[in-house]
Design a protein around this ligand. Sequence first.
Ligand SMILES: Nc1ncnc2c1ncn2[C@@H]1O[C@H](COP(=O)(O)O)[C@@H](O)[C@H]1OP(=O)(O)O
Ligand SMILES: [Mg+2]
Ligand SMILES: [Mg+2]
Ligand SMILES: [Mg+2]
Length: 372
Amino acid sequence: MYHRLRIQVIISTLFRSSTTMSARPFAPERQLALSAVRRACALTSSVFNKLVKNETLTKGDKSPVTVGDYAAQALISVMLKNSFPADPIVGEEDAAELRVEEGSVLRERIIALANEALVAPLVEGDKAEWGIGPGQEKTSDELLDAIDRGNHDGGRTGRMWTIDPIDGTKGFLRGEQYAVCVSLLVDAQVQLGIIGCPNLPVDASKPDGERGCIFVAVRGQGCQQIPLTGSTETALSMPAFTPSSLNFLESVEALHSSHSTTDTISSILGITRPPLRMDSQAKYGCLARGDGGLYLRMPTGVGYREKIWDHAPGAILVEEAGGIVTDSRGAPLDFGLGRTLGENFGVVAAGKEVHSAVLDAVQQATGTKAKA
Ligand SMILES: Nc1ncnc2c1ncn2[C@@H]1O[C@H](COP(=O)(O)O)[C@@H](O)[C@H]1OP(=O)(O)O
Ligand SMILES: [Mg+2]
Ligand SMILES: [Mg+2]
Ligand SMILES: [Mg+2]
């Protein structure tokens, strides 16, 4: 009797844990991508500390970013290939320039950094079968091939990952905000988004407190924040804003998003609080947790096409935290057009309560026609 009961308890415990694991779509992808982003954040922080802070490479020199970009994309791509070998990747970087520089200091640095990140000891949640941990070095050719696996053209159907190994390069060089960004698209819909922000305060009300957060969202499973150095997950949901309590999140770089257009929109909406300017997709994470009520990205001119890796991870964070993300005409962002979002009509991300008022204001400010 005692044995039967014990067996039943064991079976039901096993059943419960296996159903919770298998019942959650994209659980393996989430776990692996979290680990990859965490490792890539450690890599990029070490590039900053070793090469930028002590000015081994000057800030005017593009190479520290290049080293970090390539090495982080190689690392993430190797990890994705180990577990999901059939999934293509739309990554920002490609290795063409590195291939002609065999033996160069730059290339050797990149290989060493990627391998250092791959062989770092396993932490909670990591699995050796992901091809990480001691002894898991890759050759130069394997790492260059991994970078080039990011050459996929994108498209309307099938599974594909996006990687932006360092988003917000200007912020990275200033020692301010930047982000490591990964997403999984299935038939052009974002199903998983992960953004690692090594320099972002864990709590916006404590700007001098602990720094380093990861934001993660799976479609239908909400948006969570996890400290970079821990595993405690905090569910995020956007607070309800009204125009009087709203403030903008926008790019630091006026070339990336028109500050003057947002100023006009701000006065149409009667917003009095100053904008919160920061680089990178950290803005989407901050919006999801309520540090600001509205992220606007208004084109500064014709010609620039937004890239899918610059918006797919962020968009799902905001949607899963209860917000709405569209272009400035009210149309959904289309991640099925290829590597870019096609024609660029900006981005409007905001809470449900204010999104349509913002679209109206954008229409007034720019003379464009917003969809109902
Ligand atoms: N003219 C432009 N308009 C909008 N975004 C741009 C433009 N030029 C570069 N970007 C991209 O903006 C992102 C950073 O945005 P933010 O200002 O919000 O931090 C980067 O991915 C950067 O791409 P890239 O990595 O190729 O430089
Ligand atoms: Mg980017
Ligand atoms: Mg980038
Ligand atoms: Mg770039």
